[in-house]
Each structure stands twice: as structure tokens, then as C-alpha cells.
Design a protein around this ligand. Structure first.
Ligand code: SF4
Length: 344
């Protein structure tokens, strides 16, 4: 079977070319073509000798994902559905915000965690993405915005990135490499429901990416109802790992808090939240719930959202309100792929 070079780290691709009798720098040249220029055809790699190109065509390939659908939103964001080589569909979103060009990436096909408020959770889990499938979302979207740079990445699409830890870390190595996509770790946000041992491991890797933890509740009872993973990793365990990450990476952790009417939006919740995180270098993103089909939850009024924020601010917790972009095209992650699947 041919070796797919897409998604290999610098060390892996260098090892591969050395196994073909070449010098390691040939690997870095190939990386520059793939990630710098989006070239997947060995014949176009003109600084590589013809005999080596012929050899590469025999033993290697550069196989990625394919655009299945592209939907633009009135707010300027663009949602992409990509077809994988096995026919599965994943989603990515491109978001323009002031000078930032952000890509929201998927890390799994579907997701095993079944959070109550999430469309992807309804799809169930199919499989992990390879590191190549993760990085190719960025390469394909870059091709769609010629002359512009992707400045920021968020792992907030389909899937739980820390459940696909090894491929996430390999993808991060390619993304941050000067021979890869050259995007600095401080512009990358990994969003997780919170798998404590993986949060610690990520801090120990030394990437210094940003971490966003989907907290969404202040008692284990409510959090377990919204997010079944909480049964396994309760709030106390999660916050201890968050604290470790913040200390080790010297980065503030962001707590994402989806506000749902009558479930987690009371003044008591806000005070409890302030108490839970007061010793962790962190900030809170408040996200008014975005209704999805078939889920009996609703969004609180703006007044309630602002009241919640006020309690946090009064307790010296940095808290912002974020209305998710791209809502006109996707009420939540997983909806476009769900629609495409139904059609197939
Ligand atoms: S919110 Fe994230 S972790 Fe929860 S089901 Fe959706 S994709 Fe999975």
C-alpha cells in the first residue's frame, strides 16, 4: 500500500524520504509543496528530480478530502462539507472577524459523547479523523480564499478532539511547523468537554495552544444531564486538570458556558460558577443556546444573559457574551452533514 504523505509530521516525512535513499531535506521540500502551495501532484514539484518524483509516485500518494458542499451565510461565514475517502462527511466553517480569518475544524466523524444540546451528538460516533484529514480541511479552505491567510484555528467542529488525541497532536505538529502550515500555537484553540488526563497530557506536550473547556453547568447533577461524560469525569476532576493546564502552559483557560433557559441560567448558577473558577486563571464565554431541531431546550432572554454576565463581572471574573457566527447556515455542528447523508 502506498504511504499517504498528507498529515505526516516533519520527522515522519524525513524518515520516509531517507528510507528511499534521499537526504532529509527532500522531505521538507515536499512539505512546502503540500502545505505552502496546496500541491498534491508530485509532477508539479519542480525542485524535485524526475527520478525521485517517479519513485514517489510508485510508493507514496497525497490523498485528502473532497469538497461536497459550500454554503455561505449572510454574516460572511462559510460552511464546508467535505467527503472523506470512505464516503463519510465532515464539516468545517470559515469565519471572518475583523482582521482574523478563522477555520473551525472537525476532529472526528460524529461524536460518541452525546451532549444533549448538540446536533453532532445525535449523529453518533463513526470514526476518528486521520491527521491528514484534519490538516486538509485547512488546505482546502485556503484554496477557496486566494490572497488571504488563515490566521486562527478552533477545534470546535464535529467530534471531541481529545478523544482523537494522537492524531490531534500529529496535526498540531504539522500545523505549527514552519514547513507545514506555519500557524502559531497561540492562534489555535482546542475546545473540549474536558478529558482530564488528556488535558494534562496536552499541557505536557508544550504546545501552548489555547484551551476552551465546555463547562455549561455548575452542579454535577445538571452537567451530567447535559453532558453524559460528566458521570465519568465530574466537575471537580475537570477543574483540577484545567488549573494544571493554566499553570503549566501559562495560558488562561476559557470556560465555554452555553446558557439554556431554566436549566443553567440562574443568578445562583452564576455565583456558583464564579466560586468554582475563582482560583483558575481563566475567562468565561457565555453562549446563548442556539436551538436545534428535535431538542426541547430554549435560549434565555438577553436580559437573563446580561444578568448572568453581571454576576460574574461583579465577582471579578472576565466574562463575554458570544453569539455564534454562522447560525443562519448551521444551527449547530453536524447539521449540514446530517442533511447530506439523508440525501445520499
Ligand atoms: S458538544 Fe462536542 S463533545 Fe458534545 S456531542 Fe457535540 S461534538 Fe460531541
Amino acid at each position: 500500500m502506498k504511504e499517504n504523505l498528507l498529515g505526516l509530521t516533519r520527522e515522519e516525512i524525513e524518515r520516509f524520504v531517507v528510507s528511499l535513499g534521499q537526504k532529509p531535506f527532500r522531505g521538507r521540500q515536499i512539505m512546502k509543496w503540500i502545505y505552502g502551495k496546496g500541491v498534491f501532484d508530485f509532477d508539479v514539484m519542480t525542485d524535485i528530480s524526475v527520478p525521485l518524483r517517479d519513485n514517489l509516485k510508485e510508493v507514496a500518494c497525497i490523498e485528502g478530502i473532497e469538497l461536497a458542499e459550500r454554503v455561505s451565510s449572510p454574516d460572511g461565514s462559510v460552511k464546508y462539507a467535505f467527503r472523506l475517502s470512505d464516503g463519510n462527511i465532515i464539516e468545517s466553517v470559515l469565519i471572518f472577524d475583523a482582521s482574523r480569518v478563522t477555520v473551525c475544524l472537525s476532529s472526528q466523524v460524529g461524536c460518541p459523547l452525546g451532549c444533549l444540546f448538540c446536533a453532532t451528538g445525535k449523529v453518533g460516533f463513526v470514526r476518528n479523523l486521520t491527521s491528514g484529514e484534519i490538516v486538509d480541511q485547512i488546505i482546502q479552505i485556503k484554496k477557496d480564499i486566494p490572497g488571504k491567510r488563515v490566521t486562527n484555528l478552533v477545534f470546535m467542529g464535529m467530534g471531541e478532539p481529545l478523544l482523537n488525541y494522537d492524531n490531534l497532536v500529529r496535526a498540531l505538529r504539522v500545523i505549527t511547523s514552519e514547513f507545514g502550515l506555519s500557524i502559531g500555537a497561540r492562534h489555535i484553540n482546542v475546545s473540549t468537554v474536558g478529558i482530564p488526563d488528556r488535558i494534562r497530557a496536552l499541557a505536557d506536550e508544550g504546545f501552548r495552544v489555547k484551551l476552551a473547556i465546555s463547562l455549561n453547568a455548575t452542579t454535577n447533577e445538571t452537567r451530567s444531564r447535559l453532558m453524559p461524560i460528566n458521570e465519568k469525569h465530574p466537575i471537580e476532576e475537570l477543574l483540577s486538570a484545567a488549573s494544571y493546564f493554566a499553570r503549566k502552559s501559562k495560558r488562561w483557560v476559557t470556560f465555554e458556558y452555553v446558557l439554556i433557559r431554566g436549566i443553567n441560567d440562574s443568578v445562583e448558577d452564576a455565583s456558583r460558577l464564579a466560586g468554582l473558577i475563582e482560583d483558575i486563571p481563566s475567562k468565561v464565554n457565555l453562549i446563548p443556546y442556539n436551538p436545534i431541531e428535535g431538542v426541547d431546550l430554549s435560549r434565555p432572554s438577553l436580559e437573563v444573559v446580561e444578568r448572568f454576565q453581571r454576576v460574574l463581572l461583579d465577582n471579578h471574573i472576565t466574562a463575554t457574551i458570544r453569539f455564534s457566527k454562522g447560525t443562519a447556515i448551521s444551527a449547530a455542528c453536524g447539521q449540514l452533514s446530517g442533511r447530506l447523508k439523508k440525501r445520499n
